[in-house]
Write a protein that binds this ligand. Sequence first.
Ligand code: NAD
Ligand code: K
Ligand code: MN
Length: 358
Amino acid sequence: MKTYNVAAIPGDGIGSEVVDAGVEVLKALAKRDGAFTFHFDHFDWGGEYYKRHGRMMPENGRDLIRNHDAILFGSAGHPEIPDHITLWGLRLAICQPFDQYANVRPTRILPGITSPLRAVKDKELDWVIVRENSEGEYAGVGGRVHQGSPLEAATDVAMFTRAGVERIMRFAFGLARSRPRKLLTVVTKSNAQRHAMVMWDEIAAEVAREFSDVTWDKMLVDAMTMRMVMRPQSLDTIVATNLHADVLSDLAAALAGSLGIAPTANLNPERKFPSMFEPIHGSAFDITGKGIANPVGTFWSAVMMLEHLGENAAAQRLMKAIERVTANPELHTPDLGGSANTRKVTDAVVSAIQAENA
Ligand code: NAD
Ligand code: K
Ligand code: MN
């Protein structure tokens, strides 16, 4: 029997609540399938670890997870520690060295979920946002001088490389090609950012020639927010920079009903390093410890993990189980306007997995 070794890194806040739920569901799925099992290694890295050790993960942390088949992540973010320390010390400290440059964020309106867009029908909002996940605005290049003096200055340089842009474009065009509508929207801000964003547009046009069956267009990011709200059905696959896609995907998640549902995969497409799967939301301090976090974003991320591992039948079974549960308003958590809790939703998904014809 095949065993998948998965590193579980819950992080902080609701991270542990949703990752625990995700582990439980994946175990139930493996049991139901019978052809594979999971071995989970749990790592207590994050803000509490930082308070004890002065760093978010051990110095050899990456070596401890380098050979796992996948990583299931919760959230980096602690109320007592500045966000840039938790983010760079954990999530980016894994994503960037493991070259997880393609961040894939599907968005659709699941059965039973209501979009805040009154006019949109369920099938009309079905997007995948591809976020460049290794450079751009989050390259970590910059500096701060004369701190505290009137001369103080600070920069965060958005750094784009031809190789980095080419590979994310190729990935996005390839993904667009694999979807029924074969549509790609390339997002930039090439009117104002006249160097890197112009290169981004040029490379898009070059790569497009390799994908003549994909229909593509370009949007400025500000106009894109409007199009997502006004004409959601006109979009399918979307590719954008690290920062732009970060912002657009929270909007996308909200338009599809809740941030609590949205999943993401941080992929190293070449499979030299493990890929990492996580809900797109953060630590949600406002609901931490209340047991009401929506675990669906983590479950859907687990579906993406199963697809990445090649367990497509199990992935489909889990997605069906999720949809069966979202279809029932009694199983909605408060972010969806319901009164169910994490426990109840997790139990319902496990039951749906166990159900004979699920
Ligand atoms: P957030 O995603 O934690 O929360 C935003 C809002 O959405 C909150 O009202 C929260 O209650 C709600 N929400 C989020 N997930 C939910 C869920 N599963 N169920 C129900 N409601 C949910 O964003 P924030 O408040 O901006 O950030 C809080 C912390 O998380 C910060 O430290 C931030 O840096 C960190 N963060 C980490 C990641 C990551 O690790 N990938 C992503 C985003 C934010
Ligand atoms: K997260
Ligand atoms: Mn984000």
